[in-house]
Design a protein around this ligand. Sequence first.
Ligand SMILES: NC(=O)c1ccc[n+]([C@@H]2O[C@H](COP(=O)([O-])OP(=O)(O)OC[C@H]3O[C@@H](n4cnc5c(N)ncnc54)[C@H](OP(=O)(O)O)[C@@H]3O)[C@@H](O)[C@H]2O)c1
Length: 313
Amino acid sequence: MEKNSKIYVAGHRGMVGSAIVRELQRQGYNNILMRTHKELDLTRQKEVDDFFSEEKPEYVFLAAAKVGGIMANQSAPADFMYENMVLEMNVIHAAWKNGCKKLEFLGSSCIYPRMAPQPMPESCLLTSALEKTNEAYALAKISGLKYCEYLNRQYGTDYISVMPTNLYGPNDNYHPDHSHVLPAFIRRFHEAKMNGAESVTCWGDGSPLREFLYVDDLANLCVFLMNHYSGNETVNAGTGHELSIKELAELVAEVVGYTGHILWDTTRPNGTPRKLLDVNKAKSLGWTAKTELKDGIRMAYEDFLYNPLRAER
Ligand SMILES: NC(=O)c1ccc[n+]([C@@H]2O[C@H](COP(=O)([O-])OP(=O)(O)OC[C@H]3O[C@@H](n4cnc5c(N)ncnc54)[C@H](OP(=O)(O)O)[C@@H]3O)[C@@H](O)[C@H]2O)c1
């Protein structure tokens, strides 16, 4: 990318999209194209076609998606599949039709099989069944990355994809029913501290192992890949380190300053037992994550407390 290349960041108000915009600006890119969901609904094909034929972005980061935690995914699988599939097809297709030089598609590590080898290499995609709780979302994301691959093969495009592990950081979603585990913990422990609650009850038994990447690190990788990676196989984005949900809860409680008890509701689902990405591919390309988990949680908590945009989410 040149510093004045026309770069469209789809989903620029989301956690990932906003981090990509920050990173692009930090690196001096000065021609960034953005549209809010209200201005451009990416599930409407005609609107997307009109936007691309008018603006002709040279580079596209596709970070718009309907995103949610276990509860949201389980209660609305049809919506998760439909909205994500349609949005992805509209954007990727319009980019290709309008000569976009390079597109980067953001997926998620839930595309990998439930019983994938751990750590999960990119090559385990589609080797066995998916985790049921987010199957619809995963199928939509697999379709998006495969569509990029098929365009590359059939039409010689240079469209790539990146699969991040669990993310957290500025502009995260802290909704009580629709958030991921780390932001959900930040909110719950903060509220428990403010209300003087004696205990906080978390879902499951705390045993699942998870990995968390600070979103600004991901954004740094996304820009790096746009400039330095071409290929059909996706690239995993993670830290290579894992901890149990129980350890995570204790760490968040410590950062937030909550000193009550942490209880576990074992009637609630745990989700996949272990989820760690194999990050050797990103490493071999010359990239590693920089932010320590505790530092990242501290920065995320500050954002939770002071970011004025959070109230709108
Ligand atoms: N968060 C994570 O832990 C995580 C982990 C791995 C991968 N990812 C991937 O990263 C990508 C972005 O996730 P995120 O966490 O940044 O999500 P997010 O904060 O919810 O942001 C998604 C953005 O997409 C926009 N959007 C959704 N539907 C749209 C539509 N029909 N038309 C136009 N804009 C639309 C949203 O706008 P509105 O808010 O106005 O609807 C929002 O700005 C996703 O592909 C996700 O799979 C996220």
